[in-house]
Write a protein that binds this ligand. Structure first.
Ligand SMILES: *Cc1c(COP(=O)(O)O)cnc(C)c1O
Length: 234
């Protein structure tokens, strides 16, 4: 087995274990492999090992990989911050955008989604712990914001994306995930298309599954530690 194949196997097994431990339905939690900084070759290995969903944060880097791997039937999720001059490329090359927190960006994606493609799947990013430095809509603005997003043509509102505040305290993490799940159930009551609660990364995956995540976004556990060109951990 290749390294990637082993790591994917372990990550999949850990997801299954958490589903069982917390009485979640088998297969109710999807794995999004977060592949920022990794090369097309590495992603191809992961795809050969059965991984289909990939998450990317940086547009230029992602476009190269999407093109290199066009022969595979992969699903691409954009999960990074979005500048308005990037929306056209995102609208034409991605299947999902999980980092929506501004109406203007959503409107541009809606206008720019090519008509031959399926509707672009959207998750609203919520700033669940009200951090001043973090992206995402405030909890109290979510319902009004979702209503606006849901009206836009060529977009399909699928759910929420959450990045909780960094903490070593599992109880605090759990509180953030619980809040997110409550918001998520409010949305599922209102919108039949909503079926995705994207929360949980390498360090907090198990707790996120315990609290109702339907999609974990995992980078490090699948690909290993990331390094930038400068040697910094990214
Ligand atoms: C990088 C990243 C991840 C993956 O983080 P790991 O800790 O490597 O699993 C998940 N979500 C977002 C939004 C990210 O930017």
């Amino acid at each position: 087995m290749t390294d990637i194949k082993k790591r994917l196997f372990v990550t999949d097994s850990n997801i299954k274990k958490a589903e069982i431990a917390f009485k979640r339905q088998t297969g109710s939690v999807q794995l999004l492999a977060v592949s920022k900084t990794w090369s097309s070759e590495v992603l191809r290995d992961a795809a050969m090992a059965g991984q289909r969903l990939f998450g990317e944060n940086y547009l230029q880097e992602a476009l190269v990989k999407i093109d290199d791997l066009a022969d595979l039937n992969l699903e691409w999720h954009f999960i990074g911050p979005i500048q308005s001059n990037k929306t056209k490329d995102i609208a034409s090359h991605f299947d999902w955008v999980q980092s929506i927190d501004r109406l203007k960006i959503a409107q541009r994606l809606s206008n720019q989604r090519p008509s031959e493609l399926a509707d672009l799947n959207i998750c609203i990013q919520v700033n669940i712990d009200n951090e001043t430095t973090k992206s995402g809509v405030a909890m109290e603005d979510l319902l009004a914001f979702a209503e606006q997003i849901n009206k836009l043509e060529r977009l399909s509102l699928r759910g929420l994306m959450i990045i909780p505040a960094k903490t070593d305290d599992p109880e605090q993490q759990r509180t953030s995930f619980k809040k997110a799940y409550q918001l998520y159930t409010q949305l599922t009551d209102l919108y039949p298309t909503v079926d995705t609660l994207s929360m949980g990364m390498t360090a907090d995956m198990t707790m996120a599954i315990a609290e109702g995540s339907t999609m974990v976004r995992i980078g490090t556990a699948v690909f290993g530690q990331r390094h930038t060109a400068t040697g910094q951990v990214n």
